[in-house]
Design a protein around this ligand. Structure first.
Ligand code: ZN
Ligand code: ZN
Length: 273
């Protein structure tokens, strides 16, 4: 197997479909040595996709309990997927993913990945229909993760979720790639690990994984490190398309990917074979 871990997964504590134990058993069935649960961290407004702030420590206890139950068969880690708007947290997570699902526009939150209609509205109302200005704002927000305490940068180019086949904008346009490159350079310099993420494919939104080949090449150019993630919301999708993503990484010149160490952090480098 290309990688015997998966650190980006969701359970019923946020918007996943299965319990911690079900996800862990699915990971064992797929031959993994390490599974990380990374439910959506709270954001400061009501929603149906983040963990209830009152249940964060309960989730940690449940992950530790299941981890003890499966000790010797699976290393179970407690992660979180923070949003740009998630408050700083002291919860003793094993690792943190930073993701940009929301843009703060003139005091209101605009979702990047909720629906195509929401994206069209944002681009029309806030950017006068200019997708490249939208992309620039998205990547400027993404670059802010360089200043925050995370380990993994989530789905670098999720703003392309509804742009399959270049439907709305050209992902090879120099304006787009320049905006992406500025953010990637800042994050690579900080040392955060970029993920390759198959979640939008498993959920039927896209035919290709994040990031695009062009963006992956920019990560390579700036010395960024990568790992593989499924963003699975059900056990069946753990490690989804890992072999295909590894082949993409190799095609972009990557010789290795990162993997969790025995206790999660520090992460270790593994040769891509
Ligand atoms: Zn996400
Ligand atoms: Zn996720």
């Amino acid at each position: 197997m290309t990688a015997d871990y998966d650190l980006h997964t969701h359970t019923r504590f946020s918007d996943g479909k299965e319990t911690v134990l079900q996800m862990a058993e699915a990971a064992i069935a797929k031959g993994l040595s390490t599974l990380g649960i990374s439910d959506h961290a709270p954001v400061p407004w009501e929603n149906d996709w983040c963990i209830d702030p009152a249940r964060v420590l309960e989730e940690g206890e449940e992950i530790r309990r299941v981890g003890r139950l499966l000790s010797g068969r699976l290393t179970l880690l407690w992660g979180t997927e923070l949003d740009m708007c998630s408050p700083q947290t002291d919860a003793p997570y094993d690792y943190r993913i930073g993701s940009t699902h929301e843009l703060l526009m003139h005091g209101t939150h605009r979702s990047v990945d909720e629906s195509e209609e929401a994206m069209l509205f944002t681009v029309r109302e806030y950017f006068g229909g200019d997708y490249y200005a939208y992309a620039k704002t998205y990547f400027e927000a993404l670059a802010q993760w360089a200043a925050r305490d995370i380990d993994i940068l989530g789905h670098v180019d999720i703003l392309t979720k509804f742009n399959e086949g270049g439907k709305h904008f050209d992902e090879n346009d120099p304006k787009y790639l320049r905006a992406a490159e500025d953010a990637i350079a800042a994050i690579a310099a900080r040392g955060h690990i970029f993920e390759m993420n198959s979640g939008a494919v498993s959920r039927g939104y896209r035919k290709t994984t994040y990031p695009s080949m062009q963006v992956l090449r920019l990560i390579k150019k700036h010395g960024g490190r990568i790992l593989l993630s499924s963003d699975a919301h059900a056990g069946a999708y753990i490690t989804f398309l890992f072999n295909e993503m590894a082949e993409m990484a190799k095609a972009c010149g990557f010789k290795s990917i990162m993997a969790p160490g025995a206790k999660g952090k520090p992460f270790i480098e593994k040769e891509l074979v």
